[in-house]
Design a protein. Structure first.
Length: 261
């Protein structure tokens, strides 16, 4: 076959492949119609939100506290800290979250965490990278808040680890899923006061054996699905800091925050 014939054959094969993939996609959409990831309404594509849910999302944008990422109602300048960050410096170096934990964002978290919709972690991780503010691009590794083994067996997966895995894949950073272990089975944090949450996770985490070299002098990004009071991520951050981590930054998909400052 001459060069012209070879090019023609490749062109026909490419078009045939595209048509076949299109047909498969069309059949797939008939069997599993694309619906809004947050509410279930019909949409034009998979892993997308309907216009109503999209308009309901409140992304966390600048200006915000340089440490806690708490939004300010007006721009106070670069590097400004919130009163909470000044009065109670956190155990980690900085916190960033993609959106407020309300409406459609809450539905996405619940769909991932309680309804096994792990495919949503790809989209959610993309939003988290939009909010990472340099912490991911500058880090040495990414890890996740771990579940206790018995809870992991019951739930079958760790939603924070799913988010961390996709954040690491999209950013091409090392993912260390077993870096920190939860050695104490804690009760659910939902409904507990700040003090009760801190007591609940005290002493709950430990570094995996023979992992000191992965932490000492390193910049670590710790991933969780929702930031509420910070008790859990603070407990993990303290473990990493005690083992010599140079920087521990927190990145979450959502944040519980009622008001801006």
């Amino acid at each position: 076959m001459d060069e012209t014939g070879s090019s023609l054959f490749k062109s026909i094969a490419s078009r045939s492949e595209a048509l076949a993939l299109g047909a498969i996609g069309a059949v797939g959409n008939l069997i599993f119609p694309p619906v809004c990831a947050a509410c279930g309404r019909g949409t034009g594509s998979h892993r997308a939100l309907c216009t109503q849910c999209w308009s309901d999302i409140r992304f966390i944008e600048r200006p915000f506290c340089a440490v806690l990422g708490t939004p300010f109602s007006h721009d106070l300048g670069d590097g400004i800290l919130s009163p909470e960050a000044i009065a109670h410096p956190p155990d980690f170096d900085r916190l960033r979250s993609s959106a407020f934990y309300t409406g459609a964002v809450r539905n996405l978290v619940h769909a991932l965490k309680y309804r096994d919709n792990t495919h949503l972690a790809v989209m959610m991780a993309g939003w988290m990278l939009r909010a990472e503010d340099g912490m991911v691009s500058q880090c040495d590794a990414i890890t996740a808040v771990p579940l206790h083994p018995t809870r992991l067996m019951a739930r079958r997966f760790n939603q924070s680890a799913e988010l961390a895995r996709h954040v690491a894949r999209l950013s091409r950073k090392p993912f260390l899923p077993g870096l920190v272990r939860r050695r104490k089975r804690t009760i659910q944090q939902v409904g507990l006061t700040r003090a009760a949450r801190e007591d609940n996770v005290r002493g709950a985490f430990t570094l995996a054996p023979n992992s000191e070299d992965l932490v000492f002098g390193k910049r670590i990004v710790l991933i969780d699905d929702v930031y509420t009071t910070g008790a859990t991520v603070s407990a993990v951050a303290r473990v990493l800091k005690r083992k010599g981590a140079a920087d521990v930054s927190i990145l979450t998909f959502a944040r519980v925050l009622d008001e801006t400052i």
